[in-house]
Design a binder for this molecule. Structure first.
Ligand code: 2PG
Ligand code: MG
Length: 420
């Protein structure tokens, strides 16, 4: 069994040009180094109030190089649960603010990477063991908005899910065509103005609904059938819109009560081929979330992000709010706690989606978590910018390596094909 010999922290830079934390874990037998693993913490812009707290990067790096290094040395790198329990114990706070969630998640993932490297297996295989796995269905952003585009439109992510695709590779092919078509449509109208934080087009639209019609047009322009080949997923990120008990749509200069927002979203579901809605209501508006899931949960996936913050306990207490959970390791701090949240989701009959953050890097660990844990979906932003493409491309490599051993790509099963 390889043991942890050394843990190093390093201050590096993320996709928004902001400092973040990289951890490197060196493992070996005795004092002889055998393998190493590396991981980088991402960072959110629209964060839930219940997320684990990150520290300023320099302070987090210092923690890795001192107290975390001392705490983890000599532990068996294969025992992820013991490693993460040690990190949680040394931190000792409910929100991880002593060590910093960014320090913890980078180290936790770097340990997993180091173990896979020592075993000479890909990271997904460490998590899958002997179980057969499938590639996850991508949710890919076409227009960015909300906190990722300075509030240019209120809705944060307008995404596509290629629900008719037969493979991960095919889903990416189709998305490439849709992304190009969406760009061409904007260019034709003189509205092409670069991209938002996750690589989706800058949303130069007049209303929050206009991008939905545009997206349907882009799917059709790409030669695909809206709702049948490719459908729409939205992240409303409604916590960002919620003040004083109302939802503020700044672009449209109006504010809605919870039931008005509910009616607006139901109208969108009737008019557009939407198959997934994330955070349709704010993190503290559980009653509205539950009412919406009761009304629409049988025809659309309703995903809790800020609402669950990858916390298993919140999923257990959800009582029918949402029917799917977003899994972001840095919201909770460790690999083991992320897995606990997935298990809670499965026990509740909820679906799960592994997700990146709006501040990302070349790190591709989350793709391996999604594959290895058998999570059916993956969300990492748009189809541009290499911190996003690195992850899609890693999925292609895994799909190729799995070949005929892969379970069927689950898109058609997860998102029933229906005409718009
Ligand atoms: C989200 C994520 C990714 P952020 O809200 O789902 O789109 O954004 O990382 O800013 O929280
Ligand atoms: Mg979200």
């Amino acid at each position: 069994m390889a043991k942890i010999i050394d843990v190093k922290g390093r201050r590096v830079w993320d996709s928004r040009g902001r400092p973040t934390v990289e951890a490197e874990v060196i493992v070996g037998r005795g004092a002889t180094p055998l393998a190493a693993g590396r991981a980088i913490a991402p960072a959110g812009a629209s964060t839930g109030s219940g997320e684990a707290r990150s520290l300023e990067a320099t302070a987090a790096v210092k923690n890795i190089n001192t107290v975390i290094r001392d705490a983890l040395r000599a532990l068996s790198v294969a025992d992820q649960a013991a490693i993460d329990a040690r990190l949680i114990g040394v931190d000792g706070t409910p929100d991880k603010h002593r060590l910093g969630a960014n320090a913890m998640v980078a180290v936790s993932l770097a340990c997993a990477q180091a173990d896979a490297a020592a075993q000479k297996i890909p990271l997904w295989k460490k998590f899958a063991g002997n179980r057969r796995v499938a590639l996850p269905v991508p949710q890919i952003q076409i227009y960015g908005g909300g906190a990722h585009a300075r509030g240019r439109v209120d809705v944060q992510d307008y995404m596509v899910i290629c629900n008719g695709a037969g493979s991960f590779a095919e889903a990416l092919e189709w998305t490439a065509q849709i992304y190009a078509a969406a760009g061409a449509r904007l260019a034709k109208r003189g509205l092409l103005a670069g991209v938002a934080d996750e690589g989706g087009y800058w949303p130069a639209f007049k209303s929050n609904e206009e991008p939905l019609a545009e997206l349907v047009g882009a799917i059709a322009d790409a030669g695909l059938e809206p709702g049948v080949d490719a459908a729409i997923a939205l992240d409303i990120a409604a916590t960002q819109l919620y003040r004083g008990g109302r939802y503020h749509l700044a672009l449209e200069n109006r504010s809605l009560t919870g039931s008005e927002l509910h009616a607006m979203l139901v109208g969108w579901l009737e008019r557009y081929p939407i198959v997934s809605l994330e955070d349709p209501f704010a993190e503290h508006d559980a009653a509205a979330m539950r009412a919406f899931t009761q009304a629409a949960g049988d025809r659309v996936q309703i995903v809790g992000d800020d609402f669950f913050v990858t916390a298993a306990a919140r999923v257990k207490d959800a009582e029918g709010a949402c029917n799917a959970v977003l899994l972001k390791p840095n919201q909770v701090g460790t690999v083991t706690e992320t897995l606990a949240c997935l298990e809670a989701a499965r026990a509740a009959g909820y679906r799960a989606i592994v997700s990146a953050r709006s501040g990302e890097t070349e790190d591709v660990s989350i793709v391996h978590l999604a594959v290895g844990w058998g999570v059916g979906q993956l969300k990492v932003g748009s189809f541009a910018r290499s911190e996003r493409m690195a992850k899609w491309n890693e999925g292609l490599r895994i799909e190729e390596a799995l070949g005929a051993r892969a379970l069927p790509f689950p898109a058609r099963k997860l998102f029933k094909i229906s005409s718009a």
